[in-house]
Design a protein around this ligand. Structure first.
Ligand code: NAD
Length: 366
């Protein structure tokens, strides 16, 4: 039996500190020595519904890094679901360790049992370092998992829906700025021709846009060039191009003091998460430069919309229809940001918080 001394401080500031800062409801630490499982499930907010967010499997340099990552990511999920009009809360999980060494059926099934213990308050999905195969193992222990392959009744690869949402955000930004949402003849530079980037190239090509692409993977570039006449640009040169639209579809923090100073585009609209290195500083910097920034967590919500549809009974048409709403919401946010003279990311956060407040009040009166 563990003896707890009278003056022992049970609350550890290293956990309750970030919980307080990010306003989390619940953080669960999971361990299983036999399989090597060490995981954190962070449930940020369940006002709108169960917290949905993927499980990231990553070799974090410290437990503190893992904790901060899961706190930040789960809060982002709350905003993404709220602004997309979904009845979902925000949550996320991280498994700490090298996926190449640790992955096993046992580890994922044990993790699945921890999720099951939460009784549906947390729904998981795949994320960086996890695959649909891993989700199938989790599914053996709990039904609170989405992102399963189509043959298993899931929604399959969400990236076509994500790309469609980004395309909608881009068109809405064009409508706001140019008065027409046609991208015919517009020049678009895409960083990252992966799953989402490639679908975006297809849509833009069909619309008649002139496309520039950069990637660290030559095969993807050659495919985009040969199939869709995309012009290949050397990595960093993409930021200096005199184009209408820049679409970051690779990694986060790509909009920073250096890159924003170099941008010559009039619209930024892409799929990558957390594009602004510092939300307020760089959100304002983009605004002051007169560039229209379509908030990332709004226009890349197609993936979440897709798995939400799986949760309620999968239907790709319904998911695509819901992703189409991103057009109207983007327009609304751009107008709101202009009216209130604030940067667009801030406007999107305020709109998400407003929905959370309204539903919280509504629930308290039921
Ligand atoms: P992906 O891994 O399939 O593609 C990313 C591409 O970026 C790869 O081709 C990679 O080679 C390239 N890349 C990496 N570093 C680069 C660099 N420095 N310069 C140029 N290219 C680089 O990923 P994805 O699923 O297409 O997602 C793209 C982005 O969108 C990610 O940030 C992801 O978090 C975000 N996102 C994806 C989805 C989805 O449904 N897949 C949903 C929401 C957000």
């Amino acid at each position: 039996m563990i003896e707890i001394k009278e003056n022992t401080v049970l609350h550890d500031a290293r956990i309750f500190g970030p919980m307080n800062e990010f306003e989390h409801e619940q953080v669960m630490l999971c361990q299983d020595k036999a399989t090597g499982l060490k995981a954190i499930i962070a449930i940020h907010n369940t006002i709108l519904g169960p917290g949905l967010g993927g499980t990231r499997f990553f070799n974090y340099t410290s437990e503190n890094d893992a904790l901060r990552d899961v706190m930040r990511l789960s809060r982002g999920m709350t905003y993404k679901a709220a602004i997309s009009g979904l009845n979902l809360g925000g949550a996320k999980a991280v498994i700490i360790g090298d996926p190449n060494q640790l992955k096993s059926e046992g580890l994922f099934r044990r993790f699945g049992r921890f999720i099951e213990n939460l009784n549906g308050k947390y729904i998981t999905a795949e994320d960086v370092g996890t695959t649909t195969r891993d989700m199938e193992y989790i599914r053996m222990e709990t039904k609170h998992v989405v992102g399963l392959p189509e043959i298993k009744g899931g929604g399959g690869d969400p990236s076509p829906v994500t790309a469609y949402g980004v395309f909608m955000g881009m068109k809405a930004s064009a409508k706001y700025l140019y008065g027409s949402d046609s991208l015919n003849g517009k020049t678009v530079a895409i960083q990252g021709i992966g799953k989402v980037g490639f679908h975006l190239v297809e849509r833009l090509h069909a619309e008649g846009a002139k496309i520039y692409v950069s990637d660290i993977n030559d095969a993807s570039l050659q495919k985009a060039a040969s199939q869709y006449n995309a012009i290949v640009v050397d990595g960093q040169d993409l930021f200096d191009l005199d184009v209408d639209i820049f679409a970051p579809c690779a990694m986060g923090a790509v909009l920073n003091t250096d890159t924003i100073n170099r941008l010559k585009c009039s619209i930024v609209a892409g799929a990558a998460n957390n594009q602004l290195e510092n939300e307020d500083e760089h959100g304002n910097m983009i605004k002051d430069k007169g560039i229209i920034y379509a908030p990332d967590f709004l226009i890349n919500a197609g993936g979440l919309i897709n798995v939400y549809s799986e949760h309620t009974g999968y239907n790709r048409e319904i998911a695509m229809g819901q992703a189409e709403n991103i057009y109207d919401t983007t327009l609304e946010i751009l107008k709101m940001a202009n009216r209130q003279d604030i940067h667009t990311q801030k406007a999107a956060i305020l709109m998400a918080e407003n929905r959370l407040r309204q539903i919280k009040n509504l629930k308290s009166t039921l």
